[in-house]
Design a protein around this ligand. Structure first.
Ligand code: GLN
Length: 267
């Protein structure tokens, strides 16, 4: 088996350890003898290259880099929309997550247009409002876990079945994201700020695309989430159910649990 990961804008969109997510994808595949290729998709990449990928990843950045990326994404908007609607799996962190929505309004009021794939928008309320910074703990939404009631089940959610119900990470954003009606959050905030520091939601899920504010990087401390993404990508590619062989995750799970315990003290 093999998997091609499309790493979107690796030089411009990668903060607070986001690159570590790519290392996790590589290692967890290699340990299972799954051939993995990481394709860097820099400014000016062709849509043909995007089509060849099985899983997309894009990290976060500052507003300045987002402005550059918005220009590059302009001509690619409809192809992105199409590929995501055709269930291309992807993980989008912070600034990348903001791109999945309608727009991001910077502190000075400038608008960075989004891809308009998810009905959400992000606004930075300006310098008198603090950035939302710190360690974060979220409880995954039941749709992600595949434990929701029968009416909400979809073929995608059925195949997810993740082992643990929490995600831990680090967030640092000025933007506040608001989800439109019908947009599913990735989870509920237990400790931290999440989408906007007010409504208790964190991230968003649409088909096989996952947007979140969790840097850190997110995947080393959340191996269950990494495996969920790998499994989704392989099952879509090979069109059959795939059970990933278990890995020796004692260190990763210990890291996860240590953060959970530390943060719960603040509840
Ligand atoms: N520029 C965005 C914000 O501050 C994204 C930051 C990030 O990706 N860490 O909201």
């Amino acid at each position: 088996m093999n998997l091609t990961i499309g790493w979107l804008y690796p030089d411009l969109m990668s903060t607070y350890g986001d690159r570590g997510n790519i290392i996790v994808f590589e290692k967890r595949c290699q340990w299972r003898k799954i051939d993995i290729e990481v394709k860097k998709l820099d400014v000016g990449f062709s849509m043909y290259e995007l089509e060849r990928c099985d899983l997309l990843f894009m990290g976060g950045a500052q507003d300045r880099q987002q402005t550059i990326i918005a220009k590059d994404l302009k001509d690619k908007t409809h192809v992105f929309k199409d590929i995501i609607n055709r269930n291309m799996p992807g993980l989008y962190i912070c600034g990348a997550y903001q791109f999945l929505g309608n727009y991001y309004k910077e502190a000075d009021g400038a608008i960075i247009p989004g891809l308009e794939i998810l009905d959400l928008y992000t606004e930075n309320p300006g310098p008198n409002h603090p950035r939302l910074i710190g360690n974060i703990l979220i409880e995954l939404d039941p749709v992600i876990l595949g434990t929701q009631n029968a009416a909400q089940r979809t073929p995608e959610s059925d195949s997810r079945q993740v082992r643990m119900t929490t995600l831990v990470g680090f967030e640092n954003h000025g933007g506040r994201t608001y989800l439109g009606l019908g947009v599913k959050p990735l989870g509920k905030v237990k400790v931290g700020f999440g989408n906007n520091g007010k409504d208790g939601t964190e991230g968003a899920v649409y088909k096989n695309s996952f947007g979140t504010y969790l840097h850190g990087p997110i995947l080393p401390k959340n191996p269950h989430f990494a495996d969920m993404l790998i499994k989704i990508a392989l099952e879509r590619k090979y069109k059959k159910p795939i059970d990933l062989s278990p890995l020796e995750d004692a260190l990763e799970l210990n890291a996860h649990e240590t953060v959970v315990k530390k943060l719960r003290i603040h509840i």
